[in-house]
Design a protein. Structure first.
Length: 172
């Protein structure tokens, strides 16, 4: 009985020590986004447009498949959430694991996930890693593409699939 009590006490003490160092997702992503802005690592829409035209940059989207299917930037590559570092290697490295593209803009809806993933990508050796939020792209009336089809999504705009703009962009 005493052994169980001692073990329980040790377990509770150890868990409270480790729990004190835990940073929740929202706090971490907010902190990282703030640091990225201060360091000049939060990309502007103009930087994203320039990177899309450049052979030196990758625009990597770390959102889920459903988010990607709903709307993404044409020319971006989907890295996903499960193991984006493995997916990124397909676009950034040659057969000898040498960089062919060392500059990266990481995209997600609000840049929260992007800010966390950017830390990993920096440690992988990318020369420049910036973050960007898709909300800004859409709000500034830039087009997004969708993977939905009339067969899967009967609410589409007839047979017009491809570039879409936010509704406020159509109002004059």
């Amino acid at each position: 009985m005493k052994l169980k009590t001692v073990c329980l006490g040790v377990l509770l003490t150890a868990s409270s020590i480790f729990a004190g160092e835990f940073i929740n997702y929202k706090s971490l992503s907010t902190q990282l986004k703030t640091e990225a802005k201060k360091a000049g690592n939060y990309a502007s829409t103009e930087e994203v447009k320039a990177a899309l035209k450049s052979k030196e940059w990758i625009i990597g989207d770390v959102r889920t498949m459903d988010e990607w299917a709903a709307a993404h930037i044409k020319g971006a590559v989907r890295l996903g959430r499960q193991s984006p570092e493995k997916a990124l290697a397909l676009f950034a490295l040659d057969d000898d694991d040498k960089f062919v593209k060392q500059n990266l803009i990481v995209v997600c809806n609000s840049a929260a996930r992007a800010s966390i993933e950017a830390e990993t990508f920096r440690k992988m050796g990318f020369k420049t890693v910036k973050i960007y939020d898709l909300y800004s792209w859409i709000d500034e009336c830039n087009p997004v593409v969708t993977k939905y089809t009339v067969k899967k999504d009967k609410g589409g705009q007839n047979l017009k699939f491809g570039n879409f703009y936010a509704e406020h962009c159509y109002k004059k």
